[in-house]
Write a protein that binds this ligand. Sequence first.
Ligand SMILES: [Zn+2]
Length: 233
Amino acid sequence: MHIVVLGAHCGDAEIQAGAIAHKYVQAGHKATFVHLTAGEKGNPPGISVEDYRNQKIREAEKAVAVLGAESITLDYKDAELTFDEEIVTRVAALMRELKPNVVITHWEKSIHPDHALCPRIVQAAQLKAGLPGFELDGTPAHYYGIYHSENWEDMEGYVPDIFIDVSDEFESYLEALSQYWFIKNSTSFRYYDYYQALGTVRGCVNRTKYAQTLKYPTGLNVRKDQCIPGFEL
Ligand SMILES: [Zn+2]
């Protein structure tokens, strides 16, 4: 199985599903983190946007090394993502190349415009990647499932559907997050504290030490059971 976690900025994908991806990697599966932009415009004082872009790509590589995964950072510009045919086709081509079974991305509602575009891009690319009639350099069609995961900027309406026990993976997850300067040092948001606490809170609800969650896309949030769940006829 190959899991792709696609985020708007370096760091988003890791904080959202780093522990889940690590759990699957530990079980013998593969994970790739795709960042549409580096998130370079959160540059700290005294560091240029270009230098911070290079720093974040290096941090992403160190973070995924801890998780046993791969990292791909595309060259779109932070805070300038747009939804158009170019980006949809590029992501579709990348997914035909990577052949993930599942793509995990941001939730549909976000206070950050770049984040809010990611599920739209992933869904539009899902159609194009999966349509044999859509010609993309001769690559075979490939279809993948989509899930959303948690990011503090995307919480409007996010009610988790799936809780995954990541108790054994949480220490590595926090170590991966610690590779990012902004997660440990941002003065605008306490990233590290938030995600450590979030994993704890989700773990309480899941009756495990730590947990990370996923959500079905809107429209798929329907169980197709043949009876009342737990009360088979
Ligand atoms: Zn972001």
